[in-house]
Design a binder for this molecule. Sequence first.
Ligand code: SF4
Length: 413
Amino acid sequence: MDLLNTLVDKGLRRELPTREEALAVLATSDDELLDVVAAAGKVRRKWFGRRVKLNYLVNLKSGLCPEDCSYCSQRLGSKAEILKYTWLKPEDASKAAAAGIAGGAKRVCLVASGRGPTDRDVDRVSKTIEAIKEGNEGVEVCACLGLLSDGQADRLRAAGADAYNHNLNTSEATYGEITTTHTYADRVETVRQAHAAGMSACSGLIAGMGESDADLVDVVFSLRELDPDSVPVNFLIPFEGTPLAKEWNLTPQRCLRILAMVRFVCPDVEVRLAGGREVHLRTMQPLALQIANSIFLGDYLTSEGQEGKADLAMIADAGFEVEGAGTTTLPEHRADAAAGCGSHAASGCGSHAADGCGSHAGGGCGPCGDGDGGAVAEEPAAAVPAAAGAGEARTDLVAVRRRGAGTDLPPNA
Ligand code: SF4
């Protein structure tokens, strides 16, 4: 296919595809699917070899959020029966993180529900970062606490945070249909603040919320312009008790096309297979590893993933290897730029920084933090965009997290 040859050539040169080319990837047929995966795989292997980076989520504070993100089980008014708890103590968070690190994770993602952190919350998280770093040399820590206020990114950076995650989630045009309590511009601003403070930016999307192909291409092009080091690709987990509970729009084939499109648009960026992979890709997960170079090990924020051991077996069986702590995730040209810079031009996925995180899976989050900040809208909030297509409702595969952080049971790692 000429399209795929063109996209591979561009990906190997770190050249931006056109919008039409990105849309054409999403429009390919099932007969062409393996060719699409193989083409995206060539680009993946050029920049990341056969390595898979493992990331481990620790939900520092779960549920009880004043924001109304429709996809989120932790949202205002959510009826999802998730774990709800307030801030974990630094020693407990550190213990949870240690399980993931022992399982092979080189990055720990510290996430808290809410609009954004108070300065006191930043203090708590700083102590948690220090506790994790003290016991685990070389481990990267990413914070994901929602919208940041002035100075908070600098404080997190000073406390040792390597990265900050804040997802754009969906296109600017449809953002208001998904969330009403904050704006797309708020999110962009927080990603920029993280960049400016010298943290590696991690920002991604959630597919399967009823968006169109054009919306998906829009958000991925916007991400490329923001130039994060890592792009988590979440597939909506339609939680019972949330407004998007009926949005079963994804098929494994669609998920693979979306991942391939992201890889072609952001060729040298860490593309992370994030929440919803087990639910939507199912037995096709190993094919997704041909495209994405990073996954979460074990459980998500509010839902359970497959067993950590199954993740490791899948990676080995697919002929990939877990990326070691001593290996730099990003290609040299991006890693070098990271070493020398604190602020980042929005020049496209072709430059800088150390690499990124990505959380807020189908379990939720975007802005996060405490119950403090911000306008709280009446519930239910957002109207849902028109559905994009039929996927099979697999509620049998959605399990609320009942182990690990916030419980007495050992974490899955
Ligand atoms: S995504 Fe984050 S800010 Fe939005 S409702 Fe969920 S926890 Fe709250």
